[in-house]
Write a protein that binds this ligand. Structure first.
Ligand SMILES: Nc1nc2c(c(=O)[nH]1)N[C@H]1C(S)=C(S)[C@@H](COP(=O)(O)O)O[C@H]1N2
Ligand SMILES: [Mo]
Length: 351
């Protein structure tokens, strides 16, 4: 078993993170009082192996394959000198919320037992992948763009599956994908893909390959363990909501509490959010906080608990495509795509 503290470079203090094998989950109370973006020091980390230390002075991004007219090699300074884009994008692991299949639905699935903290929003700066593909003379018959990471090869059940790599359909690659080199105004931290990574808006985190070394453009469909054995058919993320509260949270009876939370979706912007404190009998519209809402919507609602004892707070969001959070998620063999309304445990105590 790999300890997260051995595979991740940044400090992982217990008040910010819950540790899983080789990976670190953000505690949602770490977002309380924070702005729109998840600060880099508390952004979740999902590593298949360990964070590599890449030397940016010798690093090259290689673009090659039959779907391109020319092969390109781009250095770090060259990448940073190209026309850039800045975007707020949510990055979320496909398995975010997996533990809730077990705790709320009695359908436990193996895999990392994430709560709701395998998600974060950052302001990413980078070059449009479209720009690089056009520089390399993208051909009309290109099909997939295979991104490969520079982290060590992944060993799964004793078998070496090679470097983490996953093909992206060329339509998505040309749409809104970034080759990012900055996160929240700083160079990408080592754990988040320094010197460059893909950012694939709306898609499961696995598409956003870190420590990018190689982009192969093919003229036929490509297959790797990361789109067959793991994450088959996984593209866009579902709608979710979380309270910026400890799990469980302790609140005083008779006091008026401002409850803060965030909702996000891979298929559209969040349209509205409702909260229930009576197990879903009545729902109350949450108030929006701030004007930024491309990546997630920040909200607030007041609650004055009357009775002492255990309670649950429920939040449900709807995005502008009409996708909404059901009371129960469809069963999933890998525990991906949890989208059900989460029962956040609250202990109400006497003043
Ligand atoms: N090279 C490489 N890229 C990777 C991974 C990895 O292990 N190696 N993990 C993927 C997964 S499963 C997720 S959810 C995101 C997590 O990004 P983060 O660690 O910056 O939060 O990176 C993706 N990109
Ligand atoms: Mo992931």
């Amino acid at each position: 078993m790999r300890l997260a503290t051995d595979t991740i470079v940044k400090p992982l203090p217990a008040h910010l993170f819950t540790l899983h094998e080789g990976s670190a989950e953000m505690r949602w109370e770490a977002m309380a009082g924070r702005g729109y973006h998840t600060p880099n020091d508390r952004f979740f980390v999902r590593n298949h192996t360990s964070t590599p230390r890449v030397d940016h002075t010798t690093w090259r991004l290689r673009l090659h394959g039959r779907g391109l007219r020319r092969h390109l090699e781009i250095g770090y300074d060259q990448l940073r000198a190209m026309p850039y884009r800045v975007r707020d994008v949510a990055l979320e692991c496909a398995g975010n919320g997996r533990r809730l299949y077990g705790t709320q639905q009695r359908e436990a699935t193996p895999g990392m037992q994430w709560g709701l903290g395998a998600v974060g929003v950052a302001r990413w700066k980078g070059v449009a992948l479209r720009h690089l593909l056009e520089m390399a003379g993208l051909r009309g018959d290109a099909v997939d763009v295979l991104a490969t990471g520079l982290d060590e090869p992944f060993i799964h059940e004793g078998e070496n599956l090679g470097h983490v790599r996953r093909p992206l359909p060329v339509e998505k690659a040309l749409d809104d994908v970034l080759v990012a080199y900055e996160m929240n105004g700083a160079p990408l931290p080592p754990d988040h893909g320094f010197p460059a990574r893909l950012i694939v808006p709306g898609w499961a985190g696995i598409a956003s390959v870190k420590w990018l070394g190689d982009l192969e453009v093919s003229t036929s469909e490509l297959f790797t363990p990361w789109n067959t054995l793991f994450y088959p058919g996984v593209t866009t993320m579902t709608v979710k909501s979380a309270f910026e509260l400890p799990w469980p949270a302790v609140l005083k009876a008779g006091a008026r509490h401002s409850l803060y939370g965030r909702s996000w979706s891979g298929t559209g912007r969040i349209h509205h959010v409702e909260v229930s404190a009576d197990n879903g009998l009545t729902w109350h519209l949450a108030e929006r906080r701030g004007h930024l809402r491309d990546a997630w919507l920040l909200w607030r609602i007041a609650w004055t608990p009357r009775e002492e004892g255990p309670h649950a707070l429920l939040a449900r969001a709807v995005d502008d495509t009409g996708a909404r959070q059901p009371l129960r998620s469809a069963r999933h063999p890998f525990g991906y795509h949890f989208d059900a309304v989460v029962r956040h445990p609250i202990l109400v105590t006497s003043g």
